[in-house]
Design a protein around this ligand. Sequence first.
Ligand code: 5RP
Length: 231
Amino acid sequence: MTQDEAKRLVAKRAVEFVKDGMVVGLGTGTTATLFIRELAGRVQSGGLKIRCVASSDASHELAESLGMSVATLTELPELDVYIDGADEIARVPGLGFGLIKGGGGALLREKIVASAAKSFIVVVDSTKMVEVLGKFPLPVEGIKMALPVVQPRLAALGLNPTLRQAKSGDGPYITDEGNYILDCACGRIDDPQKTAAAIRAIVGVVEHGLFLGMATLALVAGENGVSEIRP
Ligand code: 5RP
């Protein structure tokens, strides 16, 4: 099974967790996009009545273009479920699941929307499941004018930050909230709580891509189908 096939499979399964009347948080990225398309199919066929809040402009626009009802947190500050992909997922002793997110640049809004939801289902292909987080560079979102302060402080923590560039080649990548992202090639993160606290303590950092103890269920697609893993 290719990674794309696994993403499609897990996106399809995730739709089964969405019930009539729910307020659903839509994630961002290729897996979340597949999920949004699947979900829209159920809505379009009249089988499902839901309202959504998206974690990025891209997902908001996609869902709306597919005829879904998408609102903001102002209108719907409490969600039943948030469904999104991840760049890495591991079990963190005492915390449940630890995730690295933000490969798609939406980590700040993703964390906010996830925090507003009663449950958070993370949908991944099995390549994302790791023993220890950190092979995937950890994204850190920071205020633009603080870059000359934040980048050296992340470097001093040994996190090897690199300013993310826009795919268009037009300079730095800018998030939906108008911030920069520093991708930290820090290697294995043995104590994610400690790393998260050290990053959070830097003035000018807005958010980091460590989602600790937030996911309530993982759907993991591999050769044997989709496994439901609880923290
Ligand atoms: C976006 C994210 C994505 O969930 C993460 O990057 C995984 O993406 P994909 O489903 O494309 O592999 O955190 O900010």
